[in-house]
Design a protein around this ligand. Structure first.
Ligand code: IPE
Ligand code: IPE
Ligand code: MG
Length: 253
């Protein structure tokens, strides 16, 4: 992050905006951003990390409680090996360069996703990030890395089935809450809004269970171009949405 958090929330200057408690972001379009500039795709990922720093700041400044960003999907393993190792290297560099500042800004960081396929040093790094920031009470930042919504549900089902097999849970006692608590996002509110950049209009296996009633906002900017003005346009769009949750009246927030 390049600046310290604003002392006074910027939301105070925009009382017309409804601020979502939980924002999910599918950070897409890094490769196309780079291609449009005649650069290698890797440059797009570097620019994407800068946009992520900006997004963390905007969420702090506007009073968002939870930010969950999709940074590497379980399907992204199909990409060329070089690109995958570059993205993994970027995660390491992001932690090395930003952990201290995130911690100073009271941000709690969690990495959600499967630990399968990650080497020991990366697992240790994840454990370090999570332990360092575990008691922070400001922005709750979830980085979805090696994450897939279907894999997350399969993991949860496996865990619940284990409890049933061990006689610690009755099958008839399984509720939506049981499943919610077995997901990587246990204890967090569902995202109020999911933003996808780069003009693609699909979920691509992001937060399948949690997005049941999320407002979806698709924007044309590629992720590296997603700045504060773009974020404000999204908040304006969100503020105009009626959330009915299957009912008749719009619910607040
Ligand atoms: C998003 O940008 C970052 C990751 C999926 C890792 P992309 O790399 O998907 O960029 P495009 O969609 O090819 O432009
Ligand atoms: C979704 O983007 C995953 C991330 C942003 C990490 P993709 O670029 O992988 O999605 P598709 O392939 O266009 O659906
Ligand atoms: Mg993409």
């Amino acid at each position: 992050m390049s600046t310290e958090p604003a002392i006074q929330s910027r939301a105070a200057s925009r009382p017309d905006l409804r601020i979502p408690a939980h924002v999910g972001v599918i950070m897409d379009g890094n490769g196309r951003w780079a291609k449009a500039r005649g650069k290698p795709r890797t440059e797009g990922h570097v620019a994407g990390v800068k946009a992520l720093r900006g997004m963390v700041e905007h969420c702090i400044n506007y009073g968002v409680d939870y930010l969950t960003v999709f940074s590497f999907s379980s399907e992204n393993w199909t990409r060329p090996k070089d690109e995958i190792s570059f993205i993994f290297g970027l995660l390491r560099r992001f932690v090395a360069s930003d952990l201290e500042k995130l911690h100073r800004n009271n941000v709690r960081v969690r990495i959600i996703g499967s630990r399968d396929g990650l080497d020991d040093s990366l697992r240790r790094l994840i454990a370090e990030v999570e332990a360092t920031t575990a008691l922070n009470t400001g922005l709750q930042l979830q980085v979805a890395f090696n994450y897939g919504g279907k894999a997350e549900i399969a993991d949860a089902v496996r865990r619940i089935a284990g409890l049933v097999a061990a006689g610690r849970l009755k099958a008839e006692d399984i509720t939506e809450d049981t499943i919610g608590r077995a997901l990587y996002t246990a204890g967090m509110p569902d995202p109020d809004i999911i933003i996808r950049t780069s003009g693609e209009q699909r979920i691509s296996n992001f937060m399948l269970w949690q997005s049941a009633y999320s407002e979806l906002v698709f924007v044309e900017e590629n992720w590296p171009d997603f700045n504060e003005a773009a974020f404000l346009r999204v908040l304006e769009e969100y503020s105009g949405r009626d959330r009915r949750y299957g009912g008749v009246e719009a619910q607040i927030r």
